[in-house]
Design a protein around this ligand. Sequence first.
Ligand code: F6R
Length: 593
Amino acid sequence: MCGIVAYIGHRQAYPVILKGLKRLEYRGYDSAGIALINHSLKLYKKRGKVVNLEESVLGQQVDGSVGIGHTRWATHGEPSDRNAHPHRSSNGKLAMIHNGIIENYALLKQELIKKGYRFQSDTDPEVLLYFIEDIQKKNGSSLEEALRIALKRVVGAYVIVLVDEDNPDTLLAARKGSPLVIGIGKGEHFLASDASPIVEYTREVVYVNDYEIAIIKPDELVLKNLGNERQTPYIQQLDLELAAIEKGGYDHFMLKEIFEQPQTIHDCLRGRLDMANKMITMPGIEKNMELIKNANRILIVACGTSWHAGLEAEYIIEELCRIPVEVEYASEFRYRNPVIHPGDMIIAISQSGETADTIVAIEKAKEQGAIILGVVNVVGSSIARLSHAGAYTHAGPEIGVASTKAFTAQLTVLTMIALMIAKEKGTISGERYLHLLNQLNELPEKVSKVLENVDLIKQVALRYVGASDALFLGRGYNFPIALEGALKLKEISYIHAEGYPAAEMKHGPIALVEETLPVVFVATKDASHEKIVSNIQEIKARKGKVIAVITEGDHIIQGMADDVLPVPETDEIVAPVINTIPLQLLAYYMGVD
Ligand code: F6R
């Protein structure tokens, strides 16, 4: 994911932007660049890490109190110095950074080539920049006006920030479908893709809305819509500590965030799980309870790990609340013509609250009259703002690229929502309800216990680092966790991994099992325990290597598996939160070796 940082004010822009780009490194990138204005416009770009850029700039003049910076994750054009942002206009006066994709860039590029423009890179943002420049030239309009006209023709998602050598006291920015935060300081403004580069300078921020243009001077921020009408900036206070976005002694953010989970789950339960009064309170859900409990159907939209949380929620809500649930990849849903009936309820799940596919999916559902409940981590993010109601997951900033603590917080919130609905609908007995409240209450302590096994999990991980493939299997509530385990492994270690329902193995994939294949079973004690024992036997019969997440004291599976990762005994509805932890650590240690 690209990252953007920009500064205008009384400080030197370069160190602010460089530090900001380092804070955004967690998003992943393959090149970086900075543009500064000090009388003239200067660009510095480098393939690779921000530190490569920093080294390449050593000894050069990097003065100037206005500038823009970017980390690029290649989409159009290979990672290279040439394709790195910022891009420069053909007259050399403007520089622009962009996060997103300009879908109609090919058409615009053809038009511009016919007019004689020669491109320096293979990227879509350079096309947009030349397009803006061309409008400016043709109409004799201001840069702001040209930007507005250009954005009306652009198809796609963007955050862009522009600097102009002839107008060095103004930054222009615009967004649609990608996040942009503006930090307000005294006589200075900070722009970034998220709040992490801003938090050490100011707590006052404005989240720019879609189709808004920001005109930013050191001591003035003006927001306008594409119709040139002024909009009132909504200033919010950042609820983010600097320590939360630093590694705090851990080698990687992922490991830090895995170890934060007892605390994040505790934070997620706090103020909601009321053990004294034996109830759960979540105002956003309570206010809409009539609509939710009478919903004909719940549709969950999400991507990636958040989709896995949604699949888990399907199992839990159908079991406890007896409401039909469908889980959709937002990236598919948005391009289909889905059937949405009045009385359908949409739950959108997202850590960042900024995933473009999920945003478009809920916009589409909203157009058809659906009510949106957001289960979101980042406060004030686009999905939180687009939702009619919802519940935050309170996991704190997730900097690691692979989602860990946000996932367990999503599972915790979704389980609480299911319990609230079930109680209201009367689809759960009083005894089972109380039992599950107790189980939720014990979660932080049990997660701590799993984390105490880190050395064992690491040893097991190191035994399998040479594997080229892995299978993750589970049944029932443990099936979405198998999918999540496989996703974590491929994302972190680049080992090919697949998740399957354990019972589906016999319908084809079992042919892959051989001596060198690690097969990870999520096999804690639940209603399907006997069945999963049989599945393990099937793998052992084909000489596959079995690593099993088991309930402590499960001697049956312990006697069959090559390696076991024990977790405390937990009710099957709540167990997914616990069972995920060893798989996160397994992926991490197989990845870092
Ligand atoms: C995997 C991961 C991704 C995200 C997905 C959705 O570790 O992090 O699969 O879960 O990109 O992102 P959010 O939850 O921010 O909408």
